[in-house]
Design a protein around this ligand. Structure first.
Ligand SMILES: Nc1ncnc2c1ncn2[C@@H]1O[C@H](COP(=O)(O)OP(=O)(O)OP(=O)(O)O)[C@@H](O)[C@H]1O
Length: 262
């Protein structure tokens, strides 16, 4: 049974069709990249899956929860999210491991009493993903890359079944980006690790960890399937509606707009 199923889903706001006729299924441990230009509906799609947006019509089932029929709060506790709209929710003076611990309560502050043992669990998680140097650091003083790493540790606090990364490499330099992709690779190797949904503008970030890719344009799925059949010159030229070349270097896909002769 798929862990995510969307059938003829539409999402309309302010009279605008933001997502139209979305049909998509995700199987457990099938990691997906979602590629689209600005405003194509990528964030709206992930917010639908997390029930932060509510569908206008169609059927959505995520981890066995049928939207509109089953309770949603338990579902949210099974989905981890990393993205700038989460990063902005924390006070700059929060200590790194305390921020990681907030993941357990799906909140941006620690409202409840917590013990040193609780913080040890958070610290262990930070060590597991190679963020040990951040233990004891103040969130507001961290670099973009360090903040992203912390948010990944936070999202793993609940051992999520689905981990959504929304433009997680925003603001990262070349090497920090590579380290983050390596961390994601580590996560795909975890026993009982989450299924990843990786939202990006950049095809070169779609590593071999992402077996499937979905192309979104103007709120519609233009194509989806095995990454190697999607990230081709023909499919991407149709998708971008601009001629592009696709080059593979060290297993990465680089998409280069073709220059016109004039
Ligand atoms: N609640 C809303 N009301 C009105 N319009 C909305 C709403 N939410 C999203 N939109 C519009 O829907 C479109 C898709 O937005 P969305 O944020 O999903 O795109 P995106 O692909 O994530 O873009 P980006 O790559 O720029 O982050 C945009 O034109 C946006 O302005």
């Amino acid at each position: 049974m798929p862990i995510i199923s969307l059938k003829t889903v539409n999402f309309i706001r302010s009279g605008q069709k933001i997502l139209e006729n979305i049909n998509w299924t995700v199987e457990k441990n099938e990691h997906w990249a979602i590629l689209g230009l600005n405003g194509s509906g990528k964030s709206s799609l992930l917010k639908l899956i997390m029930a932060e947006n509510w569908k206008t019509s169609g059927e959505i089932t995520v981890l066995g929860t049928r939207f509109g029929l089953d309770p949603i709060p338990e579902l949210r506790a099974k989905i981890g999210i990393v993205g700038s709209f989460i990063a902005e929710r924390f006070r700059p003076d929060i200590i790194a491991e305390n921020l990681v611990l907030t993941g357990r309560y799906n909140s941006s502050m620690l409202y409840r009493a917590f013990s040193e043992q609780d913080l040890d669990v958070a610290r262990d998680l930070m060590r597991q993903i190679g963020a040990d140097k951040l233990i004891g650091r103040i969130y507001g003083t961290l670099s973009q890359g360090e903040k992203q790493l912390l948010l990944i540790a936070r999202s793993l606090m609940i051992a999520p079944e689905i981990l959504i990364l929304d433009e997680a490499t925003n603001g990262l330099d070349l090497f920090a980006k590579e380290r983050l992709l390596d961390k994601l690779h580590m996560i795909t190797q975890l026993a009982n690790g989450p299924t990843l949904l990786y939202i990006t503008h950049h095809p070169d970030e779609i590593t071999s960890d992402f077996q499937k890719t979905l192309l979104l344009r103007d709120g519609k799925i233009i194509d989806s399937g095995a990454t190697k059949t999607i990230l081709t010159e023909k499919t991407l030229t149709d998708f971008y509606q601009m001629p592009v070349d696709v080059e593979r270097v060290n297993g990465k896909y680089f998409v280069i707009p073709k220059k016109s002769d004039t």
